[in-house]
Write a protein that binds this ligand. Structure first.
Ligand SMILES: Nc1ncnc2c1ncn2[C@@H]1O[C@H](COP(=O)(O)OP(=O)(O)OP(=O)(O)O)[C@@H](O)[C@H]1O
Ligand SMILES: [Mg+2]
Length: 313
């Protein structure tokens, strides 16, 4: 039987891997070697918290071929239940920069994504966005991680030129306007690179039928408590301001940064929600210009026109 552990053992393993534990101390890593001079098995560091009190379980995990292939991901509910019901071990690939490891697991019927949370409310925001059809559908997960649908499609900036007719672009613009409107209506300020950054990276996926979704709500802000804003909200808000990046570079000490954040919290409290969310529209404007440099300036007008219609609703 695949993953033959008692429910108590599964609970122990899950508590050890989620939320993601800090890096193991050097001595612990050393103790993970199966024998003197042998390398530490690649799949075991995520389980390091078990290495002290749960040695027999730790040793079984070390030798388990499924755990060798999937490491911690074998124990996530969506993966575990599929393996238990007889599905093959999925391919495991990694992506992601800002938040660290983004795991993409390819099952025959669908792929799923497992990624560590980037903010304390990202799970809540991703759930709202998923239910509104704006972002990936959220699946059962473990604390500190999202497990979500892998959204099929191509990043806007990577669409093949032969698809970029005026009609298609205006439809894509409309779809984006509609997504952003739904987010704003749900009190979510998206706050990330929507269409294109200077290197052409995007968070906006378009599938073969022209249907569109956004991914990555890691720095989005939920404005449900506005005018109250948490320190994390303020930080997420300012981190995408070019002037903040500049300021961080020249700030003398952390106290100066703290004062800046404090002041900014006041500004956000005094702004209306629509003033805050309107910055998404500026980002889209800028992203569209950058996308234009890559894909040809002729794309700008139809996307913009479609967007305005979609955003107005
Ligand atoms: N639900 C998803 N559906 C499809 N692809 C996804 C999904 N989640 C993540 N990805 C892919 O993984 C990449 C990284 O994910 P994400 O943006 O959440 O993390 P990140 O650390 O912010 O990475 P980056 O800095 O590349 O944006 C995405 O650019 C995308 O290619
Ligand atoms: Mg991202």
């Amino acid at each position: 039987m695949v993953l033959d552990y008692s429910s108590d053992e599964i609970a122990v393993v899950r508590r050890a891997i989620a939320p993601p534990p800090p890096k193991p101390p050097e001595g612990v890593i050393e103790a993970m070697r199966p024998a003197e001079g042998m390398p530490v098995p690649d799949h075991m560091p995520p389980f390091w918290k078990l290495s002290d009190l749960e040695m027999p379980l730790f040793m079984r995990l070390t030798g388990d071929p499924v755990v060798k292939a999937l490491s911690r991901y074998a124990f996530f509910p969506e993966v575990f239940k599929r393996l238990q019901s007889g599905q093959d071990i999925p391919n495991l690939n990694f992506s992601g920069r800002a938040r660290g490891m983004v795991a993409i697991l390819e099952f025959p019927d669908r792929s799923i994504v497992i990624k560590p949370l980037q903010s304390s409310r990202e799970d809540q925001i991703a759930k709202i966005a998923g239910e509104a059809g704006v972002g990936p559908v959220q699946l059962e997960s473990l604390p500190g991680y999202l497990t979500e649908e892998f959204v099929l499609g191509t990043f806007f900036t990577e669409l093949p030129t032969d698809r970029l007719t005026e009609d298609f672009l205006s439809g894509v613009g409309f779809a984006l306007g509609d997504l952003i409107r739904r987010l704003h209506q749900a009190d979510i300020y998206y706050n990330d690179v929507t269409l294109s950054d200077p290197r052409g990276r995007s968070h906006f996926l378009v599938d073969e039928h022209g249907s569109c979704r956004l991914i990555d709500f890691g720095i989005s802000v939920l404005l449900d408590r506005h005018p109250a804003v948490s320190r994390e909200d303020v930080h997420n808000f300012v981190r995408t301001l070019p002037m903040y990046r500049l300021f961080r570079g020249i700030a003398e000490d952390e106290a100066q940064v703290d004062r800046f954040l404090e002041e900014y919290a006041g500004k956000l409290a005094a702004s209306s929600k629509s003033e805050i969310t309107s910055r998404d529209l500026e980002f889209i404007q800028q992203g569209l210009k950058m996308a234009g440099r890559r894909m040809g300036d002729r794309i700008i007008q139809p996307v913009q026109e479609g967007f305005m219609r979609g955003y107005r609703g």
